[in-house]
Ligand binder design. Structure first.
Ligand code: NAP
Length: 313
């Protein structure tokens, strides 16, 4: 660890994919001297301890936050308010409270009223994740070259924002600051609606009677399986995302439905030009994603064939 870590004591409340990836980064990159971990279930806490993710382990979040300089809530967004109410009386003056929730407006609304004066609130959202959950799913590189968005409410102490920004940069992330409202709108289109589409298409295929379930699975490499990865994401987390980012998701879904109707019409009327033009534009967007370093240019996302690499490769 470097002589002067950013924080003396960090408390992570929730130790699933995001919490455990943060714990690994704090340790590997010397971001704090002491990490206290709290989670709801004993089996999750035992797993975190077995993986040596922290220095102290608690079933009560209030115990973990005592003396912490930075507290990060790494739990589903729907529970952030209740946990903040629990820990609030135990926070010392000057502590920075943050979170990693995928929705920001609702999280701020739930958490802020409970936070005492003298505690700094800097909400954050790392745009990095996988479809896995739990403390064993975390890994050190999760945030590397991804974006983390900070949405500090107006009037937040700039020094606290700077420390949270330095923390995320210390995890290998790029950082941008914006309003919670803007964040929720942007995320509705880049993350929330795509997840809803994946959940929906996998659900539709599962319900189809004329194509058997086994055929859906057998021929899934034709495109379907890429949706199944997203649709395997944690049900609690995603239920909470849609319930708390309702307005922005409904707004983007309305736009999506209109555009889908245009495609439906083009197919019905044999309007190949409309289809071709759109597919050409979307191909260019894929190139932009690769140029921005947000995915690999390798075919098929660089996947090895099932069963491992081909002999000689
Ligand atoms: P996860 O792997 O499922 O872990 C969730 C953690 O929260 C576990 O420690 C769990 O405790 C705890 N928890 C769940 N329900 C709880 C409740 N009702 N009361 C108290 N604790 C509860 O989740 P994650 O993927 O790390 O996601 C955590 C947060 O990160 C969410 O707000 C999500 O929006 C955000 N996020 C996720 C991703 C992603 O791709 N996964 C990306 C960016 C941000 P127990 O195991 O002890 O029950």
């Amino acid at each position: 660890m470097t002589a002067d870590p950013l924080f003396e004591r960090v408390a992570l409340i929730g130790i699933g994919l995001i919490g455990s990836s943060l714990a690994l980064n704090i340790k590997a990159n010397g971001l704090a001297r002491h990490v206290a971990i709290a989670t709801r279930r004993k089996e999750t806490l035992d797993k975190a301890e077995e993986l040596a993710l922290g220095d102290a382990y608690h079933l009560d979040a209030a115990d973990a936050v005592k003396d912490a300089d930075l507290v990060i809530l790494c739990v589903p967004v729907g529970i952030c308010g209740a946990i903040t109410r629990e820990i609030a009386p135990h926070l010392k003056a000057g502590t920075i409270v943050s979170d990693v929730g995928s929705v920001k407006g609702a999280v701020i609304e739930q958490m802020r009223p409970h936070l005492p004066a003298g505690v700094h609130f800097v909400p954050a959202h790392p745009l990095a994740g996988t479809e896995q959950s739990g403390p064993e799913s975390g890994f050190l590189e999760l945030f590397r070259d991804r974006w983390s968005i900070l949405t500090p409410p107006e009037g937040t102490d700039p020094a606290a924002i700077e420390k949270v920004e330095a923390f995320w940069r210390g995890c290998g992330s790029n950082v941008e600051t914006m309003t919670a409202e803007h964040h929720d709108l942007v995320l509705a289109i880049v993350s929330h609606v795509p997840h809803l589409i994946a959940y929906n298409i996998v659900g539709t295929a599962a319900d189809l009677e004329e194509v058997t379930q086994s055929e859906v699975v057998k021929f899934s490499a034709s495109g379907f399986r890429d949706f199944t990865r997203i649709a395997a994401s944690d049900p609690t987390m995603w239920r909470d995302v849609f319930l708390t980012n309702r307005e922005a998701v409904l707004e983007m879904l309305a736009r999506f439905s209109e555009d889908l109707a245009t495609l439906q019409r083009a197919i019905r009327w044999g309007d190949g030009q409309t289809l071709f033009d759109l597919f050409t534009r979307t191909r260019a967007i894929r190139r932009n994603v690769i140029e921005a370093g947000q995915d690999t240019a390798k075919p098929n996302f660089g996947r090895e064939p099932a069963g491992g690499p081909k002999a000689g490769s």
